[in-house]
Structures are given as structure tokens and as C-alpha cells.
Ligand binder design. Structure first.
Ligand code: 5GP
Length: 189
């Protein structure tokens, strides 16, 4: 998506540890005009009218998923990162290792909000090693729901997540795929 790639080149900054900071427009200050275009683009790439829910993970996926959801006319549910929990029968549960915080989180979603009839589109801001996305896929599987696909705003193509997900035959759409990233240059696929 050209508009997004141009914005990454203009305002993105590279931090140690292969972290791309896009907090001036995507996940701290949010450029709603741009995110609205992102939402429309996800709809264009996932035209299926079977989708009943958009699933994301807190925190930075939520705003993007909500704006996108207006083009799908479906609810958003988000998985919560729990600090320490007694897992009870009321929630789906998985574990996710955070790329940016290097910490393993328990991730939960209330059983009330996802069921076997659901057809789910997953949306998130970044795809790096794929842990967050795999965690969300675990939850969908646990619920017995159907995965329709995954929409990612920025995939870091030099990390393994995209390859793992595509090898599973999952419909993955990343709006910008970064192939190389250094302090001074970025290239897109
Ligand atoms: P993964 O689980 O695929 O390794 O990483 C995805 C999650 O980590 C995303 O939900 C995102 O919040 C965070 N993340 C991964 N890489 C980056 C990055 O380069 N920049 C930012 N801002 N977040 C990232």
C-alpha cells in the first residue's frame, strides 16, 4: 500500500533490536485519515461476506481493528494480556511471547465472545516472529471458529512470522512488507 510505505519512509524510525517505531502515526499518536485508508484496504483484500468478527490483541491492534471494522460491519473482540491469572472455564487461554517486551504473557478471551459459528478475520499492527498471530490462531482453534484470514499493517519480512503463516496456507495480507531495515534505509517487497 503506497500511502503506508511512503509514511513509513517519512516518519518511521529504526530502534535497536529490529524494532521499527511508528508511534507518530500508528500506535501512539494515531493518524485516523491514514488508518481509515488502511481499513478500506483490508476490506478490499478480504471481500468475503462470511466474516462475522474481527479479532485482535491489546493494545495497539485495537484502534486499527475498530476503524477497519466499520467497513466490515462486524464487532471487534480483542484478546487481553493478563498479568497473573487463575484461568477459569470462562475464558480461552494461550501464551504469547512479546517481541517488543521480551516477556511471555497469558492471553485470554471470554468464551462468550467467540463461538464455533464465527468466521474470524485477525488484524494486528505488526508481524515479526509470529507469536502474537499464532496465539490468536490458538484461540480461534480453541473456540472451534473458522479463520478467514489475517490482515497485518506492517510485516517485517526478514523475520520468520510471515513465512510460518503462509506455509500453513492461511490467507495473509500485509499492507507493507519490509525486506531490509537498517538505521538509515528501508526496502519494501
Ligand atoms: P510477533 O509476535 O509477530 O513477534 O510480534 C508482533 C507483535 O509485536 C505486534 O503485536 C507488535 O505489537 C509488536 N511488534 C513486533 N515488531 C515490532 C516493531 O518493529 N515495532 C513495533 N512498534 N511493534 C512491534
Amino acid at each position: 500500500m503506497q500511502l503506508l510505505e511512503e509514511r513509513i519512509l517519512k516518519d518511521g524510525t529504526v530502534k535497536p533490536g529490529n524494532v521499527l517505531k511508528v508511534d507518530s502515526f500508528l500506535n501512539h499518536r494515531m493518524d485516523i485519515g491514514l488508518i481509515n485508508e488502511i481499513g478500506k484496504e483490508f476490506r478490499r483484500r478480504f471481500p468475503s461476506d462470511k466474516i462475522t468478527k474481527i479479532l485482535t490483541i491489546e493494545a495497539s491492534g485495537i484502534g486499527i481493528a475498530c476503524i477497519a471494522a466499520q467497513y466490515f460491519q462486524v464487532p471487534v473482540v480483542f484478546a487481553k494480556k493478563a498479568q497473573s491469572i487463575n484461568i477459569d472455564g470462562e475464558v480461552y487461554h494461550t501464551k504469547v511471547e512479546s517481541f517488543t517486551h521480551k516477556k511471555v504473557y497469558d492471553v485470554i478471551l471470554s468464551r462468550k465472545f467467540l463461538d464455533p459459528d464465527d468466521h474470524v478475520l485477525v488484524i494486528d499492527d505488526f508481524l515479526a516472529n509470529g507469536c502474537a498471530l499464532m496465539g490468536l490462531l490458538d484461540i480461534i482453534e480453541e473456540a472451534g471458529a473458522t479463520l478467514e484470514g489475517a490482515g497485518i499493517v506492517i510485516e517485517k519480512g526478514f523475520q520468520q512470522g510471515g513465512q510460518i503463516i503462509r506455509q500453513k496456507g492461511i490467507h495473509l495480507e500485509s499492507l507493507a512488507i519490509i525486506d531490509t531495515m537498517t538505521d538509515t534505509s528501508l526496502t519494501f517487497r
